[in-house]
Design a protein around this ligand. Sequence first.
Ligand code: IPM
Ligand code: MG
Length: 348
Amino acid sequence: MLIALFPGDGIGPEIVAQAKRVLDALAIPGIRYEEGLVGGAAYKAVGHPLPPETLELAKRADAILFGAVGDPDCDSLERHLRPEQAILGLRKELGLFSNLRPAKVFPELADASALKQEVASAIDLLIVRETNGDVYFGEKGMRRTPEGLREGYDIMSYNEEQVRRIAHQGFQAARARRGKLCSVDKANVLETSQLWRDVVIEVSADYPDVALSHMYVDNAAMQLVRNPGQFDVIVTGNLFGDILSDQASMCVGSIGMLASATLNDSNQGLYEPIHGSAPDIAGQGKANPLATVLSAGMMLRYSLNLPEQADRIEAAVAKALADGARSFDLGGTMNTVEMGDAVLAALN
Ligand code: IPM
Ligand code: MG
C-alpha cells in the first residue's frame, strides 16, 4: 500500500508531520510512503504547482494524504501557476469527484462552537460535495465589455451525468447513516441548479428508503446556524459545498477539526483537512493537527479498508480532547507537536 504525502504550503508540513507520526505508531504492515511537492512549495522548487512527478506519484498511490496549498507570495502569478491549481488538478486528473466532509461535535468541544451549546451539540452531519465540475472548472477569463469595461467571467455548468453520480453518493451515504438527504441548490435562480434538482429527484427513485428534501443555498446557510441538528447528509455542488463546509466547521468548534475525503470511482482517495494553509501562523507551531490526523483516519477507512485502525485514530483524538488537549484555535496553549504527542499518548 503506497501513500503519497503532499504537505504543501504554510502549515501543511507541520500538520502532515503529526498525522504521519500517528500513522507510524499504528505500525500498519505493508504501508509505505513517498513524499511529493505540491502548491507554492512546488512552484518555488520546480516552477509548477503540480509537477509531472507529483501527478505520476498521485496516480500510482493507493491514497494521498494532503496538507494544504496556498501562498500569498504566489497571488500575482498567472492562475494556472497558482498553488490552488495543485488540488484542483489532482481532483480533476484523478477523477476525485466525491468530497465527503463530516461535521460532528466532540462533546468536549461543544463550548468551542460559535453556536449555543445546546444547538451545537446536535451537529452530526456529512456534506457530500461534488468536486469535478461547477463554476470551478467551467470556462473562465477576463474580457472587455463593448463599453470597454474589464469583465471577469466563470461559467457554471453541470451535466446530468455529473449530477447523477454525486447524487448516488449522497443517497448511499444517507442510507448508511440516518436516512435523510438534503440537496442544496439555487434552483430559484440558476439553470444549473434546476438540472441538479431534476436529476436528484430522478435518482431518488432508486432510494425509496431515503427521505429527500431540497433547500436553497441561502436558506441552508441560515439553517446550519439556526438548527444544524436537522441535517443528516447534505449533497451539493462544488461552490456551495466549499462555502457550507467552512461554515459547518465553525459550528462544530474550529476549522482545525474538520477532515475530508475525496474519492473517485475506484475508491482511490485524497485526504485533507478542510482548512487552508494559514500562512499567518505557518512555522509557529500554532496549527491544530487534528483535522489532518482525522483525515488520515478517513484514509484508513475508505481507501485502505482498515476500519479498526481508523476507529483507533478517532478514539485517540476523542480521548486526547477528553484529557484536555487544546490547541490555540480551541482556546488552549498546546502547540502542533504537543497536540500530536497527546494523540500518541491516547493511542497507547
Ligand atoms: C477546499 C479549498 C479549495 C477549494 C481551494 C484551496 C482551491 O478551499 O478544499 O475547500 O476551493 O475547493
Ligand atoms: Mg474551502
